[in-house]
Design a protein. Structure first.
Length: 241
């Protein structure tokens, strides 16, 4: 199976299947996708998107981001859920070079996990529902909010931290493709701090380690946030081969 799926103006769309989980079982392909914002899907892209059989889109963006950019194009049979994990705006937390990109990002993910636990748990609760699959979860860049939700999902499925971090790091190449797209459009954008485009594997490894130090495990974090043991079992049942 191809992990990364190419669309004309969506740059970080990929399948999280294929990784080894609990008891050597494999995360099923074409059940859970992650993406950057889907509002840019062109007409030809919407046909390819629909061919994936996606039933549910989980949009993690802030309300003003949806108002500004719009949402995934509608078609019959596609369910849309806006689940916004509350968290502090990154623009209010300046990046300092001496901190380093990985540490800065891990701090932001720790903040997101604690401040936005209700939204994160709700999103993973939807992913756990077999009737909702195939699911696409996305935010703006598809690496931070989406990265945390997918990392916790894969961790519950028994995927190693190393594989989770490797998957997360694939977003760096996607950011480069998006930047090149903006250049071709001659789009003027404000100077954006490096962490907004970076996704070093180290950042995800730090985040997962520190989440365990606070909550014991991804399961412990989600259970404390309101997900049920039945939902965790359902997640493993339908997402593992």
């Amino acid at each position: 199976m191809d992990r990364s799926l190419t669309f004309t103006t969506t740059f970080n769309f990929r399948d999280v299947g294929g990784y080894t989980g609990h008891e050597g079982r494999t995360v099923r392909w074409r059940r859970l996708f992650r993406s950057d914002s889907l509002h840019r899907l062109h007409r030809g892209d919407t046909e390819a998107f629909a061919a994936l059989g996606v039933r549910t889109v989980i949009d993690l963006r802030r309300p003003h981001e949806i108002t500004r950019d719009g949402r995934v194009p509608e078609y019959a049979g596609l369910g849309y859920l806006h689940i916004h994990p509350e968290h502090q705006d990154w623009d209010q937390i300046p990046y300092e070079e001496e901190l380093g990109v990985a540490r800065y990002l891990a701090n932001r993910y720790n903040d997101l996990a604690e401040q936005g636990s209700i939204g994160i748990t709700s999103a993973i609760g939807v992913i756990a529902d077999e009737a909702a699959a195939p699911v696409v979860v996305h935010c703006v860049a598809g690496k931070d909010r989406t990265g945390v939700v997918c990392a916790l999902t894969l961790s519950v499925l028994g995927v190693s931290d190393e594989d989770i971090a490797t998957d997360y790091a694939l977003s760096t190449e996607a950011s480069a493709r998006f930047t090149e797209y903006l250049r071709t459009k001659r789009t003027t954008v404000r100077e954006i701090p490096q962490p907004y485009f970076a996704s070093p594997a180290e950042a995800m490894l730090i985040f997962l380690k520190e989440l365990r130090e606070r909550h014991g495990s991804a399961e412990g974090y989600l259970l404390a946030g309101g997900i049920t043991p039945e939902q965790l079992r359902s997640l493993r049942t339908h997402l593992l081969s």
